[in-house]
Design a protein around this ligand. Structure first.
Ligand code: SAM
Length: 203
């Protein structure tokens, strides 16, 4: 792993993912998590302040990067519910079938290499009636910007740790067999190729 990916990128992600727009999106979805919770692509723990502490029994923090997880230490300290680190990719989740009440995924479906496998794993570990809570950025509605997102993605992926600008987030979730119960999408302030946001609940 290069110096950029190992030492610089985790700090860069921590900064960029903490921007106001993303924080507002986290606040919309994370407080809805209940019971046994799996967070996929836990990163540097930026969602931790937004969990309803009295509703979460235990959090499984799935994060393949040790460097990212290490940066969450200060955010983990005040948390009252137990947190267990799953050091792996979401394409193979080491949890029992139907064992989670909620799965949270924020700004990670853009990065996970095999989203179809990862989403079908999320579906496998969710209890019947459990909720997939998500907020992501992805494919914009207008064709001109979509073309730019497609053109920019190969370069962007290299600097942003594998992030794709042009993923059809609701389409990916639905094609993994989820029913989109609440689904919002809109431009939020910021750099337009990365600022069409999707958020909601799927079951
Ligand atoms: C842009 S960061 C977002 C981090 C965090 N979810 C947030 O909202 O701040 C994307 C995260 O996905 C993680 N990731 C990369 N490949 C993954 C995989 N196969 N499965 C799960 N997470 C992965 C990265 O290590 C990184 O922490």
């Amino acid at each position: 792993m290069g110096i950029y990916r190992q030492y610089l990128l985790p700090h860069l992600l921590d900064r960029t993912c903490a921007m106001k727009t993303s924080t507002r999106q986290r606040q919309r979805v994370v407080p809805r998590a209940r019971g046994a919770v799996l967070e996929v692509g836990f990163g540097t723990g930026l969602n931790l302040p937004w969990y309803a502490a009295d509703s979460v029994e235990r959090l499984w923090a799935l994060e393949p990067s040790d460097e990212n997880y290490a940066l969450s230490a200060a955010r983990r300290r005040p948390v009252v519910f137990p947190i267990e680190h799953l050091r792996c990719g979401a394409e193979q989740i080491p949890l029992e079938n139907a064992s989670m009440d909620s799965v949270v995924v924020t700004f990670s479906l853009c990065t996970i290499p095999d989203t179809q496998r990862a989403l079908s794993e999320m579906r496998r570990v969710l209890r019947p009636g459990g909720a997939l809570l998500y907020c992501e950025h992805g494919r914009a509605p207008d064709p001109r910007l979509r073309r730019w997102q497609r053109r920019l993605t190969p370069l962007w992926k290299r600097v942003a740790g594998g992030c794709h600008l042009d993923r059809d987030i609701p389409g990916l979730i639905a094609s993994a067999g989820f029913h989109l119960e609440k689904a919002d999408g809109r431009f939020l302030p910021g750099w337009r190729p990365a600022n069409y946001h999707y958020w909601g609940t799927a079951r």
